[in-house]
Ligand binder design. Sequence first.
Ligand SMILES: [Zn+2]
Ligand SMILES: [Zn+2]
Length: 154
Amino acid sequence: MSVTPENALAPDLALKASRSRVLFGSCLCGDVGYRICGSPLRMVKCDCESCRRARGVASASNLFVPARQFQWTRGESQVVSYRLPGSGSSFATAFCRRCGSDLPRASRGESVVVVPAGTLDSEPDLRPQAHVCVSEKFDIADDLPRYAETPPVV
Ligand SMILES: [Zn+2]
Ligand SMILES: [Zn+2]
């Protein structure tokens, strides 16, 4: 299997521009909301250690959106940012001050916003195009039974 670094994604991974769309998203408590106008550039599942720790998931589904297409619709003052210190790291995260939900954050010289797909208000008609940073992946993919709801613990 070939592994492609995130910053070298082939141009053909770019999402095909479709009809204009508006996507809305928000945090768990609802204090913070945002809007994306137009098609995202791409959607990938990131398996890097930073995403895993910051989001508590094995694989983070992220949309990449031009900053000019992104707007906070409410609660921007509630958004707290954290940038991982140290040379060689550009990882940053943002979250709601009240509920702690992961939220969109600026990346790559502020020209692109990385949007956690799980914060969208409705299921997007997009699918991830690739896994990136798989060299850091926790391999917990599975074929376990699937339940629509959480089954009782006891
Ligand atoms: Zn919140
Ligand atoms: Zn990552």
